[in-house]
Each structure stands twice: as C-alpha cells, then as structure tokens.
Design a binder for this molecule. Structure first.
Ligand code: FES
Length: 143
C-alpha cells in the first residue's frame, strides 16, 4: 500500500536542497537508525556562531531525505543555539506532516544536527551538550 506523502515531502524528496559535503567542515555529525540501516550525515560551516552553510548526505528512505533537505533549510542562517533547538516534530510540520509510521525518519535529522553541533563545539573549545537518548525513537517501518 502506498503511503500518503504530502506534496512538500515529495517535492523535497525529488529535489532535495543542500545535498553534498563541505570540505573541512566546522562540524560534522552522523546519525544512523540501526533498525532500518538508514544513515544521515550533516556538515556545518559556522562563522561567528552562525550556520553559514550546511550540507547533507543521506542513505535512506524518502522521509529521511525530505527531512534532511527541510532541516538543512531550516538551520541555515541560524545561530548554533537556535539550530540545536530544531526538533524533528518541527521538521515534520514544515513538511506538512509525515505518515505516522515515518515520523521516526525525521528523528535522524535532529540527531545528526545535534551531533554536528557537538562536533563543532568540541573542536572549538566549548562544552559538549548532553545528547538525548535516541535509541527508543529508532523504529523500523514496513515500507
Ligand atoms: Fe529508515 Fe526512514 S529512516 S525507514
């Protein structure tokens, strides 16, 4: 059975923004869902505490790719602290929703951004922020 994806999800999946890598990034973070095997990597360029550029590489489902695209659009130009506050729910809302069994795919974006920010913080002498335990949020879906 085909899932009902919003037009925005389909648009970001078909035409994802910010795909690629940043050479010598200020921060890089990877999140993987051990249950489905999908992986998302986020690269940050930070200048004066502002995310000047952000790229991603995602090996994953349509929802994971659309979430990566939308999340990178949402944190570009934000301060590092503002970017930390981006939740997977906000990403899913900006995509006009995800099917309930695909909500977990957006968690990869939140987690990868947190890991990239902590990598940036560690490399630049700031304290690392304690990470939430994402273990329970990784699910496997039938499609
Ligand atoms: Fe694995 Fe979407 S992230 S199914």
């Amino acid at each position: 059975m085909a899932l009902a994806y919003s037009e925005k999800v389909m648009e970001h999946f078909s035409n994802p923004r910010n795909v690629g890598e940043i050479e010598n990034p200020d921060g890089v973070g990877e999140a993987g869902n051990p249950k489905c095997g999908d992986i998302m990597k986020i690269y940050l360029r930070v200048k004066r505490n502002v995310i000047e550029d952000v790229k991603f590489k995602t090996f994953g489902c349509a929802s994971a790719i659309a979430s990566s695209s939308m999340a990178t659009e949402m944190i570009r130009g934000k301060t590092v602290d503002e970017a930390w506050d981006l939740t997977n729910t906000a990403v899913a809302e900006a995509l006009d929703g995800l099917p309930p069994i695909k909500m977990h795919c957006s968690v990869l974006a939140e987690e990868a951004i947190h890991r990239a920010i902590n990598d940036y913080r560690e490399k630049h002498g700031f304290d690392v922020i304690p990470m939430k335990d994402y273990g329970d949020e990784h699910e496997v879906c039938p499609v």
